[in-house]
Design a protein around this ligand. Structure first.
Ligand code: FES
Ligand code: FES
Length: 154
């Protein structure tokens, strides 16, 4: 039986009736129409569904929506400010790190958490930070370039 829960997503509060088994990913995509968060493996193996939960990068396919109550949820749609893309989004474009784009929002959200604490990360540190996010297109080189660019541009 569905239960009404309250979620704070990108600064907006939503009351939504969900099944207790609904994942955060399902609710974001199917109830809130936030399609930037991608669904791929649905099993915690690819990182496409990464969002921030109180600033921590999590796989939203592995989080029950009910357990995300009372936490601040940030999706890729929540990154632009005042009509401007987040510096990480800009850097991904500038570096040519977006090909099919399916992994991109998850990559950016993982990098977003990483750059809150990493000031001048090395390439191996960047690679470690995105090691939970798979990309089938770029070979990761341009992804690392983008994250380094974003870090150095702060
Ligand atoms: S869809 Fe969540 S980790 Fe792959
Ligand atoms: S850009 Fe296609 S999977 Fe990463």
């Amino acid at each position: 039986m569905k239960q009404v829960i309250a979620l704070e997503v990108n600064g907006e509060r939503h009351e939504i009736a969900v099944q207790p088994s609904a994942t955060l990913l399902q609710v974001l995509r199917e109830e809130l129409d936030l399609l930037g968060t991608k669904q791929a493996c649905d099993a915690g193996g690819c990182g496409c569904c990464t969002v921030l939960l109180d600033g921590r990068a999590v796989y939203s396919c592995m989080v029950f929506a009910m357990s995300a109550q009372d936490k601040k949820i940030t999706t890729i749609e929540g990154l632009p400010k005042d009509g401007k893309l987040d510096p990480l989004q800009e850097a991904f474009i500038q570096a040519g790190a977006v090909q099919c784009g399916y992994c991109t929002s998850g990559m950016i959200m993982a990098a977003k958490e990483f750059l809150t604490s990493a000031r001048a990360p090395s390439d191996p540190e960047i690679r470690q930070a995105i090691s939970g996010n798979l990309c089938r297109c770029t070979g990761y080189h341009k992804t690392v370039d983008a994250i380094r660019m974003a870090a150095s541009g702060r």
